[in-house]
Structures are given as structure tokens and as C-alpha cells.
Design a protein around this ligand. Structure first.
Ligand code: HEM
Ligand code: HEM
Length: 246
């Protein structure tokens, strides 16, 4: 079957960066000690993911055919039909996102928004204990969605062998009908996309003070980590010990 381009360059770039940053944030959040200098980077990566979503939402309105939200299949009936067709072993192929992956994408966007919101509330000291629990819950709900997403993609590929996995690498899937045509790769938008992402990433890194763990973002200061406060406290205590001896 002839292959055509379904996912343009910006959509694929978004997928790789978003997936990579999710793994980065989740692993640091879960496996690194929260006293470590590295811990704040799971938050910086979370802010960068939020920026990626802003760009992806814009692309969802102005991008090529299958990147547009209009092509997402979000009617609940479609999702129910899709899952019942899995049970009966009669899933249909879609050229763009199928109902399960359309929902998975939207759920992931919402999860990220909830993680950033609860994370920021925590670092601002608002109901820290409560939001710590909620943040952890959302992080695991996000992980579960990703695991189901990957299993769903594998299942689809085994069943239909239509190049779904490689579509997120080369953009191409097997045609279904005779009238379907490749979308543009959109290299210029991809270039703008990369410049904006690199710009925002360097803005984040420049606004983060590694000495005292503060992030100065859009005119607000957030205390992401306390690394050097502990260090300062040791000096403070030593100073007073010395002065008390005098
Ligand atoms: C082995 C790893 C992965 C593979 C093979 C994979 C594959 C895919 C494929 C083939 C699609 C398009 C689905 C369709 O045509 O209906 C897709 C979409 C998507 N995936 Fe993944 N994925 C992987 C990991 C991840 C991870 C780790 C995340 C998030 C943290 C993620 C988030 C998404 C999102 C948000 C979309 C929608 C993309 C968009 O429309 O912009 N994926 N993935
Ligand atoms: C900008 C956004 C974020 C901020 C400000 C933030 C902040 C925090 C804070 C303050 C903690 C608690 C540390 C402690 O135990 O005292 C935490 C834990 C955690 N965060 Fe985030 N976070 C953000 C984004 C994310 C993202 C995007 C993910 C996942 C993809 C994530 C995953 C986790 C995980 C897994 C934990 C550990 C939960 C546990 O087991 O206790 N965070 N975060």
C-alpha cells in the first residue's frame, strides 16, 4: 500500500520533545532526592513542556490536516465504539489520530497543566501537604496514560501493520482511500518552532539562579529548591559558634 505523509515536522518534533521531557521530569521527580540540585530541573522541564503545549495548541488550529484538533476524534461514542471493536478484534484503521490516541493526547495536555499548577502552588507554600499528594496522583495518572498510549500503539501496529510506529519518525502511514494526499512537512514552521523552544529554554535557564534555587519567571520569584540555604545555614551556625567562643 502506498504511503503518504500524515504527521508534519512540527507535530513529530513536539512528540519527541514532549515524550523526552516527560521521562526526564518523571524520573527526577520520582527517583532523585528532593534536596538534590537536580530536583529543580524536573520543574524547569515541566515549564518547558507547558510551553510546548502552547505551541502545539496553536498548531492544532493552524497546522496541517491531521495535526488540527478538528481531525481529532473526540466524540465519546467513537471512543466506546473503538474499545468495543478492540474486544471484538475488528478495529478500523484511521489515517490521523484514532479515538483512543485523540483522547490520550488531550488527557496528557490536561495532566501537564494540573502538574504545573499543583507544583507551583506547592513551591509557593499553598497547602503544601495536600498538593504534594495531588501532584503525585497526577504524575502517576499521567504515567498510566503514557503506558496505555504505548501499549495501544504497539497493539495497533501488530494488528494493522500500517506503519503507525514509524509515522512518528518519518510522518508516513499507509493510505486508506484513493483520494488521500500527503500533507506538507512544514519545514519553515518547524524552524520557527525550534527557535521559540530554544529561546524559551534559554530564558528559563537564565532566569534560574543555581546558587539559591530561585526562578524569576515573568516578574514572579519562585523558590524551586533550597540547596544553598542549607549551606548558608551551616555557615551561619559556624559563625555564631565562633562568636560565642569569643
Ligand atoms: C515508545 C514510545 C512511543 C511511541 C512508539 C509513540 C507513538 C506515537 C504515535 C504513533 C502517535 C500517533 C498516534 C496516532 O496516529 O493515532 C503518538 C501520538 C502522541 N504521543 Fe506518543 N509514542 C511514544 C511515547 C510517548 C510519550 C512518552 C508521550 C508523552 C509523554 C507521548 C505522547 C503523545 C502525544 C501527546 C501524542 C499526540 C501527538 C500530537 O497530536 O501532537 N508519546 N505517539
Ligand atoms: C513546573 C512544574 C512543576 C513543579 C513546580 C513541581 C514541583 C514539585 C514539588 C515541589 C515536588 C515535591 C517535592 C517534595 O517531596 O517535597 C514534586 C514532586 C514530584 N513531581 Fe513535580 N513539579 C512540576 C512538574 C512536574 C512534572 C511535569 C512531572 C512529571 C512529568 C512531575 C513529577 C513529580 C513526581 C513524580 C514527584 C514525586 C512525587 C512523590 O513521589 O512524592 N512534576 N514536584
Amino acid at each position: 500500500m502506498k504511503k503518504i505523509v500524515v504527521y508534519d515536522l512540527p507535530t513529530r518534533a513536539f512528540h519527541f520533545l514532549f515524550g523526552f521531557l516527560f521521562i526526564f521530569s518523571f524520573s527526577i521527580g520520582k527517583f532523585v532526592d528532593d534536596d538534590s540540585w537536580l530536583y529543580a530541573y524536573h520543574m524547569l522541564s515541566g515549564f518547558l513542556m507547558a510551553f510546548l503545549i502552547v505551541l502545539r495548541i496553536l498548531w492544532g488550529f493552524f497546522g496541517t490536516k491531521y495535526a488540527r484538533f478538528k481531525s481529532f476524534q473526540l466524540r465519546p461514542k467513537k471512543l466506546v465504539d473503538y474499545f468495543s471493536s478492540i474486544v471484538s478484534g475488528k478495529t478500523k484503521r484511521e489515517l490521523g489520530h484514532n479515538p483512543a490516541s485523540s483522547y490520550a493526547a488531550i488527557i496528557m495536555f490536561i495532566m501537564l497543566f494540573l502538574l504545573v499548577t499543583t507544583g507551583v502552588l506547592m513551591v509557593r507554600g499553598v497547602a503544601k501537604e495536600l498538593f504534594e499528594e495531588v501532584h503525585e496522583l497526577f504524575a502517576f495518572a499521567f504515567l498510566l496514560t503514557v503506558i496505555f498510549h504505548i501499549l495501544g500503539v504497539l497493539f495497533h501496529q501488530i494488528r494493522h501493520q500500517d506503519g503507525m510506529i514509524s509515522s512518528m519518525f518519518n510522518g508516513k502511514k499507509d493510505k486508506i482511500g484513493p483520494d488521500e494526499q500527503s500533507v506538507a512537512q512544514a519545514p519553515f514552521s518547524f524552524f520557527i518552532f525550534l527557535v521559540l523552544i530554544l529561546g524559551f529554554a534559554s530564558y528559563l535557564l537564565n532566569s534560574f539562579n543555581t546558587q539559591n534555587g530561585t526562578l524569576y519567571l515573568f516578574g514572579k520569584t519562585l523558590q524551586l529548591s533550597e540547596q544553598d540555604n542549607e549551606h548558608d545555614l551551616k555557615y551561619y551556625n559556624r559563625y555564631y559558634e565562633i562568636n560565642e567562643d569569643d
